[in-house]
Design a protein around this ligand. Structure first.
Ligand code: F3S
Length: 295
């Protein structure tokens, strides 16, 4: 019989769940209006498909939207994008995660207070672009600690981070700057759901015989989770849906661990758990049949 354990913080984080609720609510209330998300709400093809069925369209830029409602996803956008949307007379629903809003607010505050401000994050990531925009484009983005080598630091330095960065790597950046400047003001804008999700997935992977990591193949955070679990040497499968599971993977396995990326909805996780329960039923039936044969 398979024992199935689901990891802590598997699936939607608070910010993504909130954004999805806001989109669904907007779609329900505004049947007649065009409802768009600015960029895909999350990197999960099954969710995107569900939203399409509810008539929520994805626009890659404001230029594609002439009228209706535009929803800002949890990553947030630069203030100028919000202003442009309002100038176009679009109704804006801002589903930026409040933690991302904080990072934006602190970057702006540091710049306004005269700090040489850095955003530790991936330059191409929309969240980082939003934080950069919020700093009136006055902050500098550093992708890794090596980037600091070519920068002349001033006496007063300010620092924020992309919410999904790892605390260890942030600490390294802080240490590097702190020893070189007179004053360093840091806002810890890292959201700990990513860290909790990763460390609990690793702990679970160490304790089970097989690990399923559920989430879009195009989701960076799900792929990262799968990498972390693979390192434990427990057979790990990155799957999008329960349909991808092959029965032979489960042969001679007793304990199954399940985790999921921040963009994976509960219903996809439940489907996998359900499939495991069905496997258990089949095993029970088989073993009863065997007993009958013996009699
Ligand atoms: Fe917000 Fe943290 Fe999720 S910043 S969008 S709750 S990962």
């Amino acid at each position: 019989v398979l024992e199935v354990i689901t990891s802590e913080e598997a699936g939607f984080c608070f910010g993504v769940e909130r954004a999805l609720d806001m989109v669904l609510e907007a779609a329900k209330k505004n049947d007649a209006l065009n409802v768009y998300t600015l960029g895909p709400l999350i990197h999960n093809p099954q969710v995107v498909e569900r939203l399409e069925k509810k008539n929520v369209k994805v626009a890659s830029s404001l230029a594609e939207i002439d009228s209706g409602i535009v929803i800002i996803r949890s990553h947030g956008v630069a203030p100028e994008v919000l202003a442009k949307a309002r100038a176009k007379k679009l109704k804006v629903i801002d589903a930026t995660c409040p933690y991302v809003k904080n990072a934006q607010k602190y970057a702006k505050r540091l710049v306004d207070e005269g700090y040489q401000t850095f955003i530790y994050g991936d330059e191409d990531h929309p969240e980082v672009q939003g934080i950069y925009g919020a700093s009136d484009k006055k902050a500098s983005i550093i992708g890794e600690k090596e980037d600091l080598k070519s920068i002349e630091l001033k006496a007063k330095v300010g620092l924020v981070a992309q919410t999904t960065k790892s605390p260890e790597s942030f600490r390294e950046i802080i240490d590097l700057i702190a020893t070189k400047v007179k004053e360093l003001k840091v806002f810890n804008t890292i959201c700990n759901t990513t860290d909790v999700r990763q460390s609990s997935a690793k702990k679970l992977a160490e304790d089970v015989d097989i690990m399923f990591v559920i989430g879009g193949h195009n989701s960076a955070n799900t792929t990262r989770l799968a990498e972390i679990c693979t390192v434990t040497n427990t057979p790990t499968y990155h799957i999008e849906t329960a349909a991808e599971i092959k029965k032979e993977w489960l042969s001679e396995k007793n304990k199954v661990g399940i985790t999921a990326g921040a963009s994976t909805p509960d219903w996809l996780i439940r489907e996998v758990v359900q499939l495991m329960n069905e496997e258990n039923k089949e095993v029970n039936v088989e073993s009863t049949e065997n007993e009958e044969e013996k009699e």
